[in-house]
Design a protein around this ligand. Structure first.
Ligand code: MF3
Ligand code: CO
Ligand code: CO
Length: 279
């Protein structure tokens, strides 16, 4: 059975009960998510060939320190970085390192800041210099998947409506949806109930109610959906080494739809892409 609870009355752990937040929760999330969105905006000009993902990660840490925000991933279940940086066939949870980005790479940068106890979770794709046509198409499809998932959010629908919208579009575009990772409730906790699957049927899952806050973060592959996790215990890659992409927003359910907390103030959520060979 699915149960819901007023967020203030809930214990500070994931018990499977779905928290419903009020106006203070929404205000707290706006603040935290906007620090995350501004950091991701700042990164647009900083991602280029030769930059290492460690340098990106250091920027994320310092931007947080300058804005009263702690990276939620620091020391989270043994993770030691301020961000995840997932390049090309890496699906998610790539660990920043000292290797320089190369022209033509596509990299997802995923940041979660905690501000006054509220978690703002978002990720975007960054093209490194000029990318290939196939990579551009994957970014377009994945971004559209996220936006179609968001468009399905309204009270009375089920979480499965989000997954159905995403899967239908991805597969119509001959791409595949990763099953092994999902969106999640977020707010006071980093990862909370419910799970938001990026595939399935509109009849599946708990009913959406005003006050729920969660992420939608589809991972879409050009090839098959299967992933494996490398021996570092984090890095998830496509088994067939096909390209993978992901965009993530944190949203709150309103009376007639949803509010996207992690919108880019500079309009850089999906920056212009340069394709190799085009004028
Ligand atoms: N931010 C990721 C998410 O979207 C979670 C990263 S957890 C980490 O849920 F430990 F891998 F950083
Ligand atoms: Co998330
Ligand atoms: Co994230």
């Amino acid at each position: 059975m699915v149960t819901y609870i007023e967020a203030d009355a809930a214990p500070y752990k994931n018990t499977g009960v779905i928290r419903l937040y009020g106006p203070e929760g929404f205000e707290g999330m706006r603040k935290a998510c906007q620090v995350t969105a501004r950091c991701l905006d700042e990164l647009v000009a900083r991602v280029s060939p030769g930059v290492t993902t460690d340098e990106i990660d250091r920027f994320v840490f310092e931007f947080g320190m300058d804005h009263g925000a702690l990276p939620a991933t620091l020391n989270y279940r043994g993770y030691t970085k301020s961000s995840c940086t997932s390049i090309n066939h890496v699906v998610c949870h790539g660990i920043p390192n000292d290797k320089p980005l190369r022209e033509g790479d596509i990299v997802n940068i995923d940041v979660t800041y905690v501000v006054d106890g509220w978690h703002g979770d978002s990720s975007r794709m960054y093209p490194v210099g000029e990318i290939k046509r196939a990579a551009e198409r994957l970014l377009d499809v994945t971004h559209e998947c996220l936006m179609r998932g968001i468009a399905a959010v309204r009270p009375g629908a089920r979480t499965g409506a989000i997954g159905e919208a995403i899967q239908a579009y991805a597969e119509a575009e001959r791409c595949s949806v990763v099953r092994d990772f999902c969106g999640h409730g977020v707010g006071r906790l980093f990862h909370d109930a419910p799970n938001i699957l990026h595939y399935g049927s509109a009849n599946d899952g708990p009913e959406l109610k005003e006050g729920m806050i969660f992420t939608i973060e589809p991972m879409i592959n050009l090839g098959r959906p299967h992933v494996k996790v490398l021996s570092d215990g984090w890095t998830a890659v496509t088994r067939d080494r096909s390209l993978s992409a992901q965009y993530e927003h944190t949203v709150g359910v309103t009376a007639d739809g949803c509010e996207i907390f992690t919108l880019s103030p500079a309009g850089l959520f999906k920056p212009g892409i340069h394709v190799a060979g085009d004028a």
